[in-house]
Design a protein around this ligand. Structure first.
Ligand SMILES: [Zn+2]
Ligand SMILES: [Zn+2]
Length: 244
């Protein structure tokens, strides 16, 4: 196997097909010592794949108009299924092909998502803020020595947008009072509420309004009393809004 070079596979993200092809041809000369490029190109209705099995790389090109499609995922393969082990550069986040499922979680922490498993599907884990999915070979979640099959690299998700404040999973809800803080579930929102109610702008504003109304208690007109009663439940329970 050729020595690991200094190529960063994430550099392929965003490239158009021709530019990506040129990079892969250059790489295969460096890594495989061959001038004859053997890139496979497969096109589907909504995306296309460019593959170099010798390099252990596959990219997905995605766009409405395939002529101007750009790379949105880079797959780096471990040896097998006709693929050589990817070795043109370091693996992302300092990962090594010799590592197993348990080593990966020890290194990168709890994943933001898990998929696969069951009787037939191999398991995989996601780190959305790192822009990484790691697909393993075997389907058993309890297998701590599950070898990596391939790594998918995609644009990193900004942790301040669209990820749960509590657990880092993809969020589908926002705090209904400030519309700022994101959560994956009402469970996570409730767990965060003790902390968030001290800095939620929406909550603090409503609390201030209510306090002002209470100060005027003696002079309170019926309409203010009504408003006060409408605000009370808001303060005693958390409100969850859908993000869309
Ligand atoms: Zn969560
Ligand atoms: Zn809030």
């Amino acid at each position: 196997m050729a020595p690991v070079g200094d190529f960063e596979a994430s550099e392929l993200l965003g490239l158009e097909q021709d530019a990506c092809r040129a990079v892969l041809v250059d790489l295969s000369k460096d890594v495989c010592g061959s001038s004859r490029e053997e890139l496979e190109f497969k096109s589907f209705s909504d995306c296309a794949y460019l593959t170099s099995k010798a390099l252990g790389i596959q990219v997905r090109l995605m766009a409405a108009d395939l002529g101007r499609a750009c790379v949105d995922v880079v797959f780096l393969y471990n040896e097998g299924d006709g693929f050589s082990q990817y070795s043109a550069g370091p693996l992302p986040e300092g990962l090594q092909w010799t590592q197993h499922s348990k080593d990966v979680v020890l290194m990168l922490g709890e994943p933001s998502d898990k998929y696969g498993g069951g009787r037939f599907r191999a398991v995989g884990i996601s780190y959305e803020t790192l822009g990484l999915d790691i697909q393993f070979r075997e389907s058993n979640w309890n297998d701590e020595k599950n070898p990596m099959a391939f790594i998918s690299i995609f644009p990193r998700l900004d942790p301040s947008h669209g990820l749960c404040e509590m657990c880092g999973k993809r969020a589908s809800f926002r705090c209904g009072l400030c519309k700022e803080r994101c959560y994956c579930s009402s469970k996570c929102q409730k767990a965060d509420w003790t902390k968030h109610q001290t800095d939620c702008p929406g909550f603090l504003e409503k609390k201030a309004t209510l306090a002002a109304l209470r100060c005027q208690d003696e002079l309170m007109l019926p309409r203010c009393q009504q408003l006060s009663q409408k605000l009370l439940p808001v303060l005693s329970e958390v409100v969850l809004d859908s993000m869309d």
